[in-house]
Design a protein around this ligand. Structure first.
Ligand SMILES: [Zn+2]
Length: 315
């Protein structure tokens, strides 16, 4: 079987620590190898070992960051780590945290890629499924939109349009693989507008934002750092989209086109896809002659079937 279609975990445990960008608290992060078919599962060691799978069905909030939740336990800002895990083909992993946020580190996905690269992957026997888009699907949300269409691999086209002179209109189109992600997107940092910072702090958010973990845009440009790319914001948005779409629980093959997106928009597409099983199929890489991709096997009980977002349009 083509090794792409085999599951992977890490070869060994690896740990780091850093602050949460919203709470400002120091948090320990540990990545532990996991058995086949575990998926990526977060574990709060400070909450009795509560485990929360990195799946769209466990998203509890998409405001400012993507937050997973179960009962009253939450884990916020999962998207940069999840993007790195997805792109590095880590399928099975326990992510231990002793707080409610993934450390922000430098605000990008690059430190997480470096952790993964430092341990390396261990291939497992179980086959991996790929989530293959077979028909176009669009979601519109108040002037923002996301569309997926069939594509042999992952391609992300992203446009943002900020009514802010230092950001403005930025557009990116990238065929995404591990090399292009590492080169073009991984180091793009999270960002905020200087004019919004006081309001965020008043709400108890962004308290861990520092010079070395985000880009703060003043009226004429970055106020706290120098940019890693002239269009670093749109690159970061594309990184966020890859992390958020990994909540489908498998690699995604499709062309993702986003206009003025954000976590809410990305999440809406995961929900739309999971409810529209006529728009995608599983591919397993089964080498049997004339093998066709498996029909969709994911089934939800009616009670857990998400409501179809109002904004879904026939593409
Ligand atoms: Zn982000």
């Amino acid at each position: 079987m083509n090794s792409f279609f085999r599951q992977n975990t890490l070869t060994r445990d690896i740990a780091t620590s850093g602050i949460g960008i919203h709470s400002g608290k120091r948090i320990q992060l540990r990545l532990l190898p996991a058995a086949e078919n575990t998926g990526v599962v977060f574990r709060r060691t400070d909450c009795g070992g509560m485990e929360i799978p990195a799946l769209a069905s466990h998203v509890s909030s998409v405001e400012l960051a993507t937050t997973l939740g179960r009962d009253d336990v939450t884990i916020s800002t999962v998207e940069h780590l999840l993007a790195a895990l997805r792109i590095c083909n880590v399928d099975n992993l326990i992510v231990e945290l002793d707080g409610s946020e993934v450390p922000i580190l430098d605000g990008s996905a690059l430190p997480f890629m470096r952790l993964i690269e430092a341990t390396g992957l261990r291939q497992q026997a179980a086959s991996r499924r790929v989530f293959v888009v077979t028909a176009p699907l669009s979601v519109e949300l108040g002037g923002k939109s996301i569309r997926v269409s069939p594509y042999p691999g992952l391609r992300v086209s992203y446009a943002i349009d900020f009514a802010h002179g230092a950001i403005g209109h930025q557009r990116l189109d990238l065929e995404v693989d591990q090399q292009s992600f590492e080169r073009e997107l991984a180091s793009a940092r999270t960002f905020a507008l200087e004019r919004d910072v006081a309001a965020l702090h008043q709400r108890g958010l962004g308290l861990g934002g520092h010079q070395d973990n985000c880009v703060i845009f003043g009226d004429t440009g970055p106020a706290n750092t120098t940019l890693r790319f002239a269009d670093e914001p749109v690159r970061h948005k594309a990184l966020d989209a890859i992390g958020d779409l990994s909540l489908l629980g498998a690699p995604l093959w499709g062309h993702v086109e986003v206009e003025r997106g954000g976590h809410q928009v990305h999440y809406s597409m995961t929900e739309a896809l999971l409810s529209r099983t006529d728009c995608w199929t599983w591919a397993t890489g089964d080498p049997q002659p004339m093998a066709r991709p498996e029909p969709p096997t994911r089934r939800r009980e009616p009670s857990e079937r998400p409501a179809v977002p109002l904004g879904i349009l026939p593409a």
